[in-house]
Design a protein around this ligand. Structure first.
Ligand SMILES: [Ca+2]
Ligand SMILES: [Ca+2]
Ligand SMILES: [Ca+2]
Ligand SMILES: [Ca+2]
Ligand SMILES: [Zn+2]
Length: 465
């Protein structure tokens, strides 16, 4: 189920003067005439009266006015009244009952409340505002009272923040130390400096679990906290649950910042319990990520989480993605690339820990060479001669091409291009086909120079000629 993003502005009183709409300023002490008092509060230092803006007696959606009286009698106001012009009518042509039925038909629930409002603006509209309780919170709809069109619909739930403790992206990179080892999941002194306190965002309100807009913890047992304080050392199973919630949410927030509203835009199921092997996987049949605990717990390394999240992204974009070995290699290569470009946001690219090294911390458990890398995004492999028929190994050809696209276009433009192009992949896409789609997307988004830069990245890997 998709979730409607929350849009709730909170504005400081001090900034309101810039947001004030057209109405002329009232004389000191006099109230504008288009207000209805809705609330009075006493604070330590005075009183605060809030008013709803109205227009011919009808509430103006989002329009407010406040009067603050300090104990010494000083009065300040906050004028958030909106401009109302061009209103065609103040009587509804589309009846309240029809508006309620339309909303109920769409949301599957009866609205609990409905009232006539004016949606402000240069061409103001008369609308029915309905509030409908649903399993995911109350949905507020604005239905045009002239045409019946849905002007807006959003979930009014306020999302909650929590506190967590994580590695970012992992201790090896954070401490620039390739000598760190698992030591059987011990919380030993040399790792302490790698811990970061973070805000866990987008948590569902009213819950004491790691469930939110972009991540849904199905580990067993799942950690809970009534105060939303999820601070555990790595030696406790809650640590991996927090790491994964935080890393997946961070990835999805980044995807939204790139402008995508519909790329795995859902609470992604994940579990960090139940798999004791040194492996992790994305299971498309149940749309869930499972992170194993062999060696270094996989979920102690952001890059393992982001690799698996890469699979979830592609499966969300293209149903059944990766149905052939070569498409599977693109999947693995994208997962590695996604891990690296997520780390790229705040990790140094050093001789000790090159960005192209994937899963620096997890790999300390099974590699001897330094830097410890499960794989890299800068190997010399070429298409098709270096294909060996194993998706992870072959994926290094694809991840290197994407990494070169990233270097040529820059992180933001590369990732917008790569994610956009993936919408046009087929489940059995070949590397040359996927490369052409990526080049074409670069051209549409950023022009011919970007397209030729992307093409060169694929040419350098032998994928395009
Ligand atoms: Ca652990
Ligand atoms: Ca998903
Ligand atoms: Ca591991
Ligand atoms: Ca890395
Ligand atoms: Zn994979």
């Amino acid at each position: 189920m998709k979730k409607t993003p929350l849009v709730l502005a909170s504005v400081l009183v001090t900034s309101l003067t810039t947001a004030v709409a057209a109405p002329a300023a009232a004389a000191p002490g006099a109230l504008p005439g288009d207000l209805r008092q809705i609330q009075t509060r006493q604070s330590l230092l005075g009183s605060h009266v809030w008013y709803q803006q109205t227009y011919r007696g009808i509430p103006v959606f989002g329009g407010y006015y406040a009067v603050h009286r300090a104990a010494d009698g000083a009065v300040t106001t906050a004028d958030g009244r909106k401009t109302v012009t061009g209103l065609a009518r103040t009587a509804a042509a589309f009846t309240e009952q029809r508006a309620r039925s339309a909303v109920a038909g769409r949301l599957g629930r009866q609205p609990a409340r409905s009232e006539l409002v004016i949606v402000p603006g240069a061409t103001a509209k008369l609308a029915w505002k309905t509030l409908t309780p649903t399993a995911r919170g109350t949905v507020r709809s604005l239905v045009d009272a002239g045409s019946g069109a849905v002007l807006s619909e959003e979930n009014t739930v306020r999302q909650a923040n929590g506190t967590g403790q994580v590695f970012d992206p992992n201790p090896v990179v954070a401490l620039q130390d390739e000598s760190l080892t698992d030591q059987d999941d011990a919380d030993y002194p040399a790792l302490q400096a790698a811990y970061r306190r973070v805000t866990l965002r987008h948590l569902d309100p009213g819950k004491d679990t790691l469930q939110g807009s972009y991540a849904n913890n199905i580990s067993e047992p799942a950690v809970t906290s009534a105060r939303r304080r999820y601070v555990y050392p790595r030696s406790e199973p809650g640590f991996e649950q927090v790491m994964t919630y935080h890393s997946m949410t961070k990835a999805e927030e980044y995807i939204h910042r790139l402008g995508f509203v519909d790329v795995n835009n859902e609470p992604q199921d994940y579990a960090t319990t139940g798999l004791t092997e040194d492996n992790s996987y994305y299971d498309p049949s149940v749309d869930a990520i499972t992170l194993g605990t062999g060696g270094v717990d996989d979920a102690e390394d952001d890059e393992v989480i982001w690799h698996e999240y890469g699979h979830a992204i592609q499966d969300d974009q293209v149903p059944g993605f990766g149905s052939t070995e070569e498409a599977g290699a693109i999947g693995e290569g994208f997962g590695d690339y996604w891990a690296v470009t997520m780390s790229q946001a705040n990790s140094p690219d050093t001789a000790v820990t090159p960005l192209a090294c994937v899963m620096d911390w997890d790999a300390t458990a099974y590699t001897d060479d330094e830097p410890h890398c499960l794989r890299r995004t800068d190997t010399a492999k070429l298409y098709p001669g270096d294909l060996v028929g194993e998706v992870h190994a072959d994926g290094e050809i694809w991840s290197h091409a994407l990494w070169d696209v990233n270097k040529a276009l820059g992180r933001t433009r590369a990732n917008r291009t790569i994610l956009e192009a993936q919408f046009r992949f087929t489940p059995d896409v070949t590397m040359p086909q996927a490369a052409e789609a990526t080049v074409a997307t670069a051209r549409v988004l950023y022009g011919p120079r970007a397209a030729s830069q992307a093409r060169k990245a694929f040419q350098d890997r032998g994928i395009l000629s």
